[in-house]
Design a protein around this ligand. Structure first.
Ligand SMILES: NC(=O)c1ccc[n+]([C@@H]2O[C@H](COP(=O)([O-])OP(=O)(O)OC[C@H]3O[C@@H](n4cnc5c(N)ncnc54)[C@H](OP(=O)(O)O)[C@@H]3O)[C@@H](O)[C@H]2O)c1
Length: 360
């Protein structure tokens, strides 16, 4: 079965792997690109990642523009898409609320409207924090009545990127419900590199963590012995997203893509350090103290870290029974997370630290 798919965020880390996965299954993939002149480079990358470059096409546009900046002709072509995968987002720390809203919230609403208008299934990428009810409540979001949320206060508390992802989720659910569109949501944990090759893009949170460890900037483990950074490998994630798109049972459902066997943060750092011959940190630093320190700009610059990234380090545990059932139903094997971490560590060191050219 070959299906037309529309992907936003296809030039990003998860997007590249998703396009490779979809095209390798025979689907045609149209990718929203702010710089469509980079299609040739994207196609080369899709080939390297195991996809089929000739199945990939560019559509010029920008999430921050009205109608995501599509030309009339491209809008007509996209009507053939049976599935719309929405991954596009400005993923960075220190964004202004106005900008994060324009791209991540308004952009998501625009993509949702497009999908609903043409009866395509929308597969939306959220984030695992949306499955942490206690956290949402603590930062002022009432899941039963998200419309009552004081979003400015939430943005101030968790930063504009995370605030906009949370707002985008509830706002998009509202749009799809009002328009009668069909939607499935996938909530990824922090994304680890490819389970076999370790491929990850520079700038991804896990790549930054590995870099900081190797460069000696991470001399203590953030949080306590109970803290962890829940992970999912990129290949596992895109297989699940592709399955989500074509599974009738996923209409109106949300899937938490998280490997419950991700190691604790201390073990994670030890695993990486041992693999790379670096020194693993032994002591812990309280998250509150680290947050205060990272509020001081020169320290944040020196440590190459942002207070916003600390919220993803958790003590909460998640129910992963549903994702295991989903894997089983679709025959998706779970990669070995520790091996994937080691492969990612080697990839980061050889491509982004020790003078490699960087495969991006
Ligand atoms: N990586 C993770 O650990 C993680 C975890 C949970 C959820 N997620 C979610 O998964 C999705 C993909 O994440 P990622 O890690 O692959 O991000 P990424 O590598 O930063 O890629 C972001 C993508 O969004 C596009 N984009 C940004 N601004 C845009 C705009 N104004 N108009 C159109 N496209 C725009 C980028 O295109 P350009 O090439 O033009 O910049 C790029 O293709 C995001 O929604 C993110 O919130 C990621």
């Amino acid at each position: 079965m070959s299906v037309e798919c529309f992907v936003t965020g296809g030039t990003g880390f998860i997007g590249q792997h998703l396009i490779a996965c979809l095209s390798s299954k025979g689907h045609t993939v149209r990718v929203l690109m702010r710089r469509p002149e980079r299609l040739a480079a994207l196609r080369e990358q899709v080939d390297r990642l195991g996809g089929v470059a000739t199945k990939v096409f560019a559509v010029a546009g920008d999430l921050a523009q009205e109608n995501i900046g599509l030309s009339h002709a491209d809008r007509e072509v996209l009507r053939q898409s049976r599935v719309v995968f929405h991954l596009g987002a400005h993923f960075a720390w220190g964004l202004s609320m106005e900008h994060a809203r324009a791209v991540n919230v308004e952009g998501s609403r625009r993509v949702a409207l497009l999908a609903a208008e043409q009866d395509s299934r929308l597969v939306m990428f959220g984030g695992f924090m949306l499955k942490n009810a206690g956290h949402l409540q603590r930062i002022g979001i009432d899941i039963a009545h998200p419309e009552l949320t004081n979003w400015s206060a939430v943005y101030r508390r968790v930063g504009a990127y995370e605030g906009s992802k949370l707002e985008a989720h509830f706002s998009t659910l509202g749009v799809m419900s009002a328009a009668g569109g069909e939607m499935a949501v996938i909530h990824p944990a922090t994304v680890c590199g490819h389970s076999r090759t370790g491929h990850i893009l520079d700038g991804q949170p896990l790549a930054e963590l590995i870099r900081n460890l190797v460069l000696g900037k991470l001399t203590a483990v953030p949080g306590t012995a109970d803290h962890w950074l829940p992970l999912v490998t990129v290949d596992d994630l895109v297989e699940m997203a592709a399955a989500c798109a074509f599974d009738p049972a996923m209409a109106g459902k949300e899937l938490l893509a998280l490997d419950g066997q991700s190691p604790g943060l201390r073990e994670l750092l030890t695993e990486v350090a041992t693999q790379l011959g670096a020194k693993p940190p032994k002591h812990h630093v309280p998250l509150r103290l680290l947050k205060l320190l990272l509020g001081i700009r020169p320290i944040a610059r020196y440590l190459n870290a942002s207070a916003e990234s600390l919220d993803f380090i958790q003590t909460a545990r998640f129910n992963t029974a549903e994702v295991e059932r989903f894997r089983h139903k679709h025959g998706i094997a779970k990669p070995d997370m520790r091996q994937s971490l080691r492969n990612t560590a080697v990839f980061v060191e050889s491509n982004y630290i020790t003078g490699g050219q960087g495969i991006s």
